[in-house]
Structures are given as structure tokens and as C-alpha cells.
Design a protein around this ligand. Sequence first.
Ligand code: SAH
Length: 458
Amino acid sequence: MSKPPVKKNETIELTFEDLTHEGNGVGKLNGYPLFVPYALPGETGKVKVIKVKKNFAIGKLVDVQEASEQRVDPPCDVYTQCGGCQLQHMSYDLQLQMKQKQVQDTMHKIGHLGHVAVHPVIGMDDPWNYRNKVQIPFGESKNGNLKTGFYRKRSHDIIDMDTCMIQDEHNNRMVETVRRIAEKYGIKPYRESDHSGILRHIMVRTGQTTGDIMVVIITKTRKLPHQEAIVQEIRQTFPDVKSIVHNVNNKRTNVIMGERTTVLWGDEYIMDTIGDIKFNISPKSFYQVNPTQTKKLYDQALQYANLQGHETVIDAYCGIGTISLFLAQQAKKVLGVEIVAPAIDDAKKNAKLNNIANAEFYVGEAEKIFPWWQAQGLRPDVIVVDPPRKGCDEALLNAMIDMQPERIVYVSCNPSTLARDLRILEDGGFETKEVQPVDMFPQTGHVECVSLLQRETI
Ligand code: SAH
């Protein structure tokens, strides 16, 4: 291979033609690609070469000479410092197009499923202030005050920030309020470097349909100083707060919450609804962060499941039973399985809360329970899976193939593992009919998909 056409630290002019899956601009010099954050297709700009490798280089955009019509001014002040959002410099239309293409490319390259229809991404009408949950660390600002902010990209430095534009406004205001109160009482932030101090994180979750708010203050110490005054002042500022919780985490770890959780005031959960179904959500439960889009995702999953009322359905990786309870309204019976025991407790309570009697929930690893169910002769008509980023375990995929359901509905937050698993299911006798991406995380590079597979009839 010939020498790279650029040298480190030189500045060149480059025209961009494409975007990577992370949203970086791609420009080529005689076929040699340069990846440049914040550059958009169709643009020409000055680029400083930062890193040179044999097959590609990374550059920094120093000047845009011809801007794309899709370029927008990022509205957030800390956009380029913060690791949270990656796509604020592009129009929302371009974000959606990019995500659709990412899913198409991945289906083709990893799953060899280039022929499968990947529909345009279902976006949001207003792609801001959508997140119902914030978890944010405390730190100390230069002048010794308490600060709250996300970590700088690829580091544990905390950015001093007032507000996050993808967060629900209630969450932003609650973080600001608790910071102000803690500041007033001189409570020190936790310091990772020597494991000293008190305040580690604050977590706030808002039920967007009910207006319920939960705040969890996480400290290293067993005691939260000025606890009563803090509770009182939070209630004064937010008269409708539902739940004020203290959690203790005294370990040196990146995991945010520790074992010990105490309700300081109010309920130990908040409520939210998706469609007609109510959910109780406790401090540690997994709950989708964008409920507006979750409704669209679940509606699509339900449509793909195409239930007539006589079916037995398995919902694997069911969390607190969100998808299961949606399915149960239209099926004969739903079996949910999930590895986290407290989530299953929530799922059972949520079934009762909604008077749903045809959903059963089991704690365990899906990849162990499925083969056991299969050996017992369980033959579901439809299987729904919604695994974490690493996708489904192979033992689970094999059990699904052996169970021979009519349809499989695969919900995924990672197109790569989705494409890998669809390939295995295709080889096992299923056909991928269509893939519907849903934008659960506007302004970020993430994309969620729901896909339908049908058993091939021989
Ligand atoms: N379907 C739910 C949750 C999806 S998140 C919803 O839409 O809200 C993925 C879930 O898979 C998490 O709750 C996680 O605890 C669970 N999980 C992870 N590994 C698992 C495994 N091996 N078996 C069963 N559940 C698992």
C-alpha cells in the first residue's frame, strides 16, 4: 500500500462526501479517507490532520468554506465538550436519514440482508427535552462551588452546565434546585481521585404523562447531612414531587447507585403511562428514557406481532413488563422473562395495577429458561425479544429456532448485533420481512429498531 497522502499537523482543504455511523464527516484524497468530526456531506472545509494511520486519518475541522444546507447552529453551549450528544450540528432531517442509512448498511454488511426493507426512521415532532431520566455527577468548580454536569468526552472531568437540552425541563430544574440547596449547606462533592467527600450523583425521573417526579440523592457517606432541611426545601420548590430517595454508594466504582436505598419522603416509586397501561417505576428499575417514542416503538412491535387473541407469546428481556403488558391486551397468554429480580417484582405489580391476568413473569437468564421451556414442550406462536446492546445469546437464538414460532419480533438498540442475530435466525428458517427504526435518542448517534421475522413455510 502506498504512503498516506497527508502528514500529521498539516492543514488541508477537503470536500466531504459521506458520514460515518457516529456522525463524523468523511472526505477522501485519492481514495484515502479522512474522518472529521462536525463536518457534513457536501461541505468543503479546512482540516488540520490530527492522527495518521496506514488506511485512514483523523482531522479537526478548523474552518467551513462551503456550508451544507443541513448544517444548524448547535443550540447547546457545551455541545462540543460534552460526550452526550453527537448530532446537534445537523438538521433533524439529516439525523434521521443518517440513521436509516446506518441501519441499511449494517443489515447489508453484517447480516447479508441488503434486500430487507429498512423503513424511514420514525422521528419526533419536537426532538428536544425528551429524556425522562437524568443521572448527573456532582463536582467542585474552580471557585470552590458545587457543580453538576456531564463528563467531558472520554474523561471523568465534570463540565459545569446549567441545563441539558435533551432533558425534560423538570429534571433540569430539580438538579439545579438540589445543587443550590446542597451548596447552601456546604455539602462537599465526592472526589473520585481520593474517594473523599459526600455527594456523588443525583438521579431525577419524571413521569411525563402523570407529572410525578422522583429524585434520588446518592452519597458516599451513610448519612446525608441536613437531610430534613433538604427534603423540606425540595418540597417547597416542587410541591408536587412524589418521591425523595437517598441511596448510599461507598464503593470505588462507575456504577451509580449502591445497595442501600431509603425513601426520605413520599412513595418509593412514581407512576407513568404508555398508551392505556400504567407503570410503577422504582429507583433502580429500567424504564425507557423517551416515552413518546416508546409508544411508537411498542405500537409497531404490536402490529408486527399481529395478535388475534388465541396466541401464546413470550417476551424475553421484559424488564418491568412494559412490552409484555402491551401484548397481553391482545393475546391469550404472555410469558415474560428477565434477569433482574426486582424488575420482575415490578412487572407482577404492574400486571395487577392494570388488571391484566394473562401475563406471567419469570426471573432468569433468557438463554437458560428458553431451552428448558422448549424441552417442556412449550410452543409459543410469537416471540418478542428486546435484549441489551450485546444482543441475544446464541443458546437463546437456537431455542427460538427449535420452538418454531410463527413470528419473531426483534426490538434492538444496536443495529450491529441485530444484523448478526437476524442472520442466525435466517439460517435457522426465518425470513426477515422488514425493519422499522425509531428515533428514541434524537441528537445522539443511537438508533432503535424493531424488526419482523416470519417462519418460512416449506
Ligand atoms: N423490554 C423492556 C426492557 C428492555 S432492556 C423495556 O422495553 O422496557 C433489556 C432488559 O434485559 C433489561 O431489563 C435487562 O435487565 C435484561 N437482561 C439482560 N440480560 C438478560 C438475560 N441474559 N436474560 C434475561 N434478561 C436479561
